[in-house]
Design a protein around this ligand. Structure first.
Ligand SMILES: *Cc1c(COP(=O)(O)O)cnc(C)c1O
Length: 453
């Protein structure tokens, strides 16, 4: 009974996969928040290095991974693919469940897959400092790690609720040389504006993004880095699915359904996008994004133009959104609390290529405990959403008398999230109802974008 399917270092993908040529239709333009006209590469230069801007708009299906990046990928890649024999037994399924484990990176999640190339393209561009935001701390720690590897300074605006709930991610960032600031902060106009209205603000990813964008835009030697949502980020994460496909060949299997948890869309895109081309070529494979019921962007949001951030400084993109100033409840899967979604994932959901499912916090922790007690690995609260949906898929197959092959991405481990497990076992976690009124209010403040889309 083989449990792990491993590739050698020379089987780390040589190219990233870009889904754009395989989209079912043209992409909507990205709109400048000030002029309300389509953004040009020059508009983006204060925020990103040219290498990443080129990737953001590239129509090439495969883009070569620089040797310097592959060398660092070797620290943890190729990541293992596991057959979940013990989970299968625990839930009594005849489905074959596989999971790709991204918790083997130094930061404990998939995020270094993009942090490392982002640091690399900034380094060769001449950037001295990276300004970025972090929710639960996974992105900030990944960017701190990658900045350290390329000799860049790093400033991280950390959503306050997570800054307080997850102090050890702050320690990791500091260990890797970054400066960490609780957001909203008094460092930026955006932060000061929020604090003036609500001194007790717990922050949100949208607010922290505004602060980091403002920091980068107002300092010439500084660039901004985003851990999710953008096209180039989804592309960097494609190493997950590209490797998983090779590993499933070793196992002699091909998935009926591929599942990933969805915050901004990057780890889901990473595992699922390499299957989009197969699907377009007629393969029967379902791609399912798992999101929190309390922040149900893909299942309850509107597919329209909205700001990427609360303070309306980031570009306007066509995506599923709950409204740029929607403040989700303080669930423990902090990395899934974003009002919007990747425009690429959004377009594929809208076209029916990708499905989405919303799951409640308690059901996710229940699945995480079943997983940890059978497979051993302690999942990140974010990743537990993928486990929940994978188990639900197995149970549904069982009821239909089918034996399906299920692949899910275990995006990270939960070693720094044990307070969330403590709260769960103490009965202190609650399920938040879908905050329909707050969403309706936030959606009333969508930007007006004319003559495009
Ligand atoms: C950040 C994070 C997520 C959510 O981000 P995506 O861009 O949607 O992937 C999910 N899982 C883990 C472990 C994370 O760190």
């Amino acid at each position: 009974m083989q449990t792990k399917f491993l590739l050698s270092e020379d089987q780390i993908p040589t190219h990233w996969y870009n889904v754009i040529p395989d989209l079912p239709g043209p992409m909507a333009p990205v709109i400048h928040p000030g002029t309300k006209k389509p953004v040009t590469p020059d508009d983006l230069l204060p925020l990103f290095p040219m290498g990443l801007i080129e990737q953001e708009v590239s129509r090439e299906r495969f883009i070569r991974i620089p040797d310097e990046v592959r060398e660092i990928y070797k620290i943890w890649r190729p990541s293992p693919l596991f057959r979940a024999h013990r989970l299968e037994k625990a839930i009594g399924t005849r489905c074959r469940i596989y999971y790709k484990y991204e918790g083997v990176s130094p930061a404990g999640s998939h995020k270094p897959n993009t942090a490392v190339p982002q640091a690399y393209y900034n380094k060769i561009f001449g950037t001295k400092r990276i300004a970025t935001e972090t929710g639960a701390g996974q992105w900030g720690s990944s960017m701190a790690l990658a900045s350290q590897m390329f000799g860049l300074e790093c400033t991280v605006y950390m959503v306050k609720v997570s800054f307080l709930q997850k102090p050890y991610r702050k320690s990791m960032m500091q260990l890797w040389g970054a400066e960490v600031i609780a957001s909203p902060s008094d460092r930026t106009n955006a932060g000061r504006g929020i604090l003036a209205k609500d001194p007790e603000s717990q922050g949100s990813l949208g607010i922290a993004i505004s602060e980091a964008v403002e920091d980068a835009a107002t300092h010439p030697d500084t660039r901004y880095a985003l851990g999710s949502v953008l096209n180039h980020v989804c592309m960097h994460q494609s190493v997950i699915g590209l490797e998983a496909k090779e590993q499933l060949k070793l196992a002699g299997d091909y998935p009926d359904v591929v599942v990933g948890c969805h915050g901004g869309g990057s780890n889901f895109a990473g595992v699922a996008f390499p299957f989009v081309a197969d699907k377009a070529a007629g393969k029967k494979v379902r791609l399912v994004a798992a999101e929190p019921a309390s922040c149900p962007t893909l299942t309850k949001g509107v597919y329209t133009f909205d700001f990427g951030d609360t303070a309306q400084m980031a570009p306007i993109a066509k995506m599923y959104t709950l409204g740029h100033d929607f403040m989700p409840p303080g669930i423990h899967a902090g990395g899934l609390r974003y009002h919007g979604a990747s425009p690429l994932v959004s377009q594929l959901v809208s076209a029916g290529v990708i499905e989405a499912k919303a799951v409640g916090q308690l059901a996710c922790f229940d699945a995480a405990v079943t997983f940890a007690r059978s497979e051993g690995i302690i999942p990140a609260p974010e990743s537990s959403h993928a486990i929940r949906v994978a188990i639900d898929e197995a149970e549904r197959a069982q009821q239909e008398g089918k034996e399906r092959v299920i692949l899910f991405n275990l995006s990270g481990h939960g070693h720094v999230d044990m307070a969330a497990y403590d709260a769960y076992f103490a009965g202190k976690l609650e399920d938040f109802d879908y905050p329909a009124d707050k969403v309706r209010e936030a959606l009333a403040r969508l930007p007006k974008v004319e003559s495009v889309g």
